[in-house]
Design a binder for this molecule. Structure first.
Ligand code: BDR
Ligand code: CA
Length: 301
């Protein structure tokens, strides 16, 4: 099950996920990089681009649990995909709210499900609020978000947590033990010139769309002087499918929701006693393997 806010790196993550030999039972869009309406459209169109209109796509929360949502188009563009033109999906429009759909899918699942979240955790928190017992149906919840080091929206907070820190707090208290893939590891997975050259050499419909997204993403990183463009959400997706790509450490994680200055900061205590740990925090990643697997996936369309 996939939940995200596409978003350029979400889009790369989705195109990667849909070429992996796993059964994707549902995908959902949440407010984040773009308003949910835009993210929902992108998610549907990306599924169609990948030839996977069979996967149901649901529209989720349009605002965080408590705070207001403020849209900033800088990093991913107004359309979330850096101007990439993707043909509109013809799949039937799902009317069910993502949180309701997720709860339904989990309740019906014969085996525990792996859940990947690459955006704010609003949909995840809402689904678990509908039926807290569904936590038992989750084999693994892999979340791109947070950081053991500094943030990216503020010195303290990473974007996905910053958008909805209350949702993070709810998920951390849900009984699920998430795997946190934070900036401390995603910043190890940048795209260098060779990777861009490999991506640019893909002359398919997917390759052309990817090129527009990557050009935009690269320009934003250059302008911000942020180093190589980072594949945040791709790390979470591949880490969920192939846990050996990540090294994790058990920790007690909490998130700041009260302070103006540090709202959304993830506080990671990796010295907490084992019985108090509520999260497995990624501390290292096989960056070369992540880049290779993503490029392989993109080439395979
Ligand atoms: C996260 O924020 C978003 O901009 C990206 O898609 C990623 O999920 C990184 O902080
Ligand atoms: Ca994202």
């Amino acid at each position: 099950m996939f939940d995200g806010d596409p978003g350029i790196d979400d889009a790369l993550a989705i195109l990667t996920l849909l070429r992996e030999p796993v059964d994707v039972v549902a995908m959902s869009a949440v407010v984040g990089n773009v308003p949910v309406e835009t993210g929902f459209r992108n998610l549907r169109d990306l599924a169609a681009l990948a030839g996977r209109e069979d996967i149901p796509v649901f529209r989720g929360a349009e605002r965080p649990l408590v705070r207001d949502y403020v849209f900033d188009p800088t990093v991913h563009g107004v359309d979330g995909l850096g101007g990439a033109q993707i043909a509109e999906s013809r799949a039937p429009m799902q009317r069910e709210h993502a949180a309701v759909a997720i709860a339904r899918v989990l309740a019906a699942a014969a085996d525990p499900v792996t859940w990947i979240a690459t955006g704010p955790l609003t949909n995840v928190a809402l689904a678990l609020d509908l039926d807290p017992s569904l936590a038992r149906k989750v084999r693994r919840l892999v979340v791109m978000g947070g950081s053991t080091l500094r943030g990216n929206v503020t010195p303290a907070a990473e974007f996905n947590v910053y958008v909805d820190a209350e949702a993070w707090r709810a998920v951390l208290g849900s009984g699920i033990r998430p795997i946190m893939v934070g900036l401390n590891v995603t910043h190890m997975v940048g795209m260098g010139d060779e990777d861009f050259a490999e991506a640019e050499a893909i002359h398919t419909t997917v390759g052309r769309a990817t090129r527009v997204m990557l050009d935009y993403y690269r320009r934003v990183y250059e302008e911000g002087e942020w180093g190589e463009p980072k594949l945040h959400d791709v790390v979470a997706v591949l880490g969920a499918i192939s846990p050996e790509l990540l090294e994790t450490r058990a920790a007690l994680v909490d998130v700041e929701t009260g302070s103006q200055l540090t709202y959304g900061m993830t506080v990671v205590d990796d010295h907490a006693p084992a019985e108090r740990c509520n999260c497995d925090v990624a501390v290292d990643v096989d960056a070369a393997a992540v880049r290779r697997r993503m490029l392989q996936a993109l080439r395979s369309y």
